[in-house]
Every structure is written in structure tokens, then in C-alpha cells.
Design a protein around this ligand. Structure first.
Ligand SMILES: Nc1ncnc2c1ncn2[C@@H]1O[C@H](COP(=O)(O)OP(=O)(O)OP(=O)(O)O)[C@@H](O)[C@H]1O
Length: 231
């Protein structure tokens, strides 16, 4: 099957700094892949390359076989920097707004996710705690009927119970359909059971794509691998 995302010998340089240095990797279609690496390893940069928000200095990025573009982004939902998109709105209004702006946004589904996340639809977005806001952003992102979902650190700054709720939503989502998802996170422990595959970024290179079941069959775990690579 065609890879959802492919990087071939990608170099990404900011000034003199080479963040990615010949990264070659593919992310499989229909799988949930964890993208792991230390602070500043280049995870967000990789997402931005996939979205076409920044260009590779060298090498090739392909998304479903095509060069990243605005047109292609209709097939992708991306949770990036957690900016406050709809501060003056209630959650219900934010959902309506998203439905008007994003062609593949499913408002009914989003309402279900809001309930599942135990959020009050009448609450103002401005008044939400960090964890509640993270739950809202995740609900909004995954309510898009798209082929590829990119979540850049969706659990950052979120408490344990909120994280568990978010993981539950992601598990339901993956059981429901064969979507492709890439999640970067430092909270490996909570999401260990969620990933089909893992890709590690180290020294500007991608290491992986490793199958999590195979890791387990070798009596290893994502955390063990992480320690082995970065420890
Ligand atoms: N627009 C930019 N201009 C200059 N340097 C940048 C830019 N964007 C990112 N960087 C640098 O590139 C490196 C990789 O950043 P990136 O945000 O991709 O890492 P990350 O793996 O997502 O890190 P974290 O886990 O801390 O979020 C960092 O050193 C960062 O300072």
C-alpha cells in the first residue's frame, strides 16, 4: 500500500542549523504512528513540511504520493500550536464556525466528541482550563473526515485524567475506521498501547518505522527503545 507520508533524504536547515539532516522515512497508510524524539529534534518541523508550511532545503516530501500543497491539505487535519482559535465563542459556536470554514468538518460528530470529553457546550472557549482546551482542540481536529490526522503534542500540559479521556477518544477513532494518524508526544507511557508503529527522530535522522507489536514480541517496549536510543 502507498505510504501516507514519505520523506526522502530530507534536509531542513534554519540558517546554519540543520534540524533534519538526510531524514528518510515512510508513515504507513491506515496506521497510527508515534513520532518521538527529544526537545528540538525536529518533530514539529516534520509536521510543517508535511503541511507545506515550510519547504525542505533538500530532498523530497510526499503526501499520498503528491507534493504538499494547500489543495492536498483538504485531506489533512493538523493540530499544531495550540492557539486560541475561538476565544469569544462558546464551544457550540466554535463547532458551528468550524463547520462553516472546514469542508470536511462533521459537526454532529464533533458534538459527540465534546460530550465524550465531558465539555460543556455552552462554556466560553476563553474560560476553559488548559486541559479542557486541549480536549476541545482534539475534538475539533478529529471531527474532520480526512485521510490523515497530524497531532503535534496533543497532551502537552494536560493532566492525567484529561490525557486518559483523550487517549480513549483516539482509541475509539482508530477502532471505528482505518484512518492514518501521526502523533508526536513526550507522554510515551499513556499512549504506548495506542501506537501501531513508532518513528524516532535523532540527530536529524529518522529511525524506524518500527512495529510496536514486534517490539513487544522481542520483550521490549517503546520506553525501552527510547532509553536505548537517547539514554
Ligand atoms: N522558524 C524557525 N526558525 C529558526 N529555527 C527554528 C524554526 N523552527 C524551528 N526551529 C528550530 O529547529 C529545531 C527543531 O524544532 P522543532 O520545533 O521542530 O522540534 P521538536 O522536536 O518539535 O521539539 P519539542 O519536542 O521541544 O516540541 C529547534 O532547535 C528550533 O529552535
Amino acid at each position: 500500500m502507498e505510504a501516507a507520508v514519505e520523506l526522502k533524504q530530507v534536509v531542513k536547515q534554519y540558517g546554519k542549523k540543520r534540524v533534519l539532516d538526510g531524514a528518510t522515512v515512510s508513515f504507513q497508510t491506515g496506521k497510527l504512528t508515534g513520532l518521538l524524539g527529544e526537545n528540538g529534534a525536529g518533530k514539529s518541523t516534520l509536521f510543517k513540511l508535511v503541511m507545506g508550511l515550510t519547504q525542505p532545503t533538500e530532498g523530497e516530501v510526499r503526501v499520498f504520493g503528491h507534493k504538499p500543497s494547500w489543495k492536498l491539505n483538504e485531506r489533512i487535519a493538523y493540530l499544531g500550536d495550540r492557539s486560541r482559535w475561538y476565544p469569544q465563542h462558546t464551544i457550540r459556536e466554535a463547532l458551528r464556525f468550524a463547520a462553516a470554514v472546514f469542508p470536511r468538518f462533521d459537526e454532529k460528530r464533533a458534538q459527540e466528541y465534546i460530550q465524550l470529553m465531558e465539555l460543556d457546550a455552552e462554556a466560553k472557549v476563553r474560560s476553559l482550563s488548559r486541559g479542557q482546551e486541549a480536549r476541545l482542540q482534539l475534538s475539533l481536529c478529529v471531527a474532520n473526515r480526512v485521510d490523515l490526522i497530524l497531532l503535534d503534542e496533543p497532551f502537552a500540559g494536560v493532566d492525567l485524567l484529561s490525557r486518559e479521556r483523550m487517549v480513549r477518544l483516539l482509541i475509539d477513532l482508530m477502532l471505528e475506521k482505518e484512518g492514518t494518524m501521526i502523533i508526536s508526544t513526550h507522554d510515551i507511557h499513556e499512549v504506548e498501547g495506542l501506537f501501531d508503529n513508532v518513528v524516532f527522530i535523532k540527530g536529524g535522522k529518522c529511525i524506524g518505522d518500527q512495529n510496536v507489536e514486534e517490539l513487544r514480541a522481542d520483550r521490549s517496549s517503546i520506553q525501552d527503545e527510547y532509553r536505548r536510543l537517547f539514554g
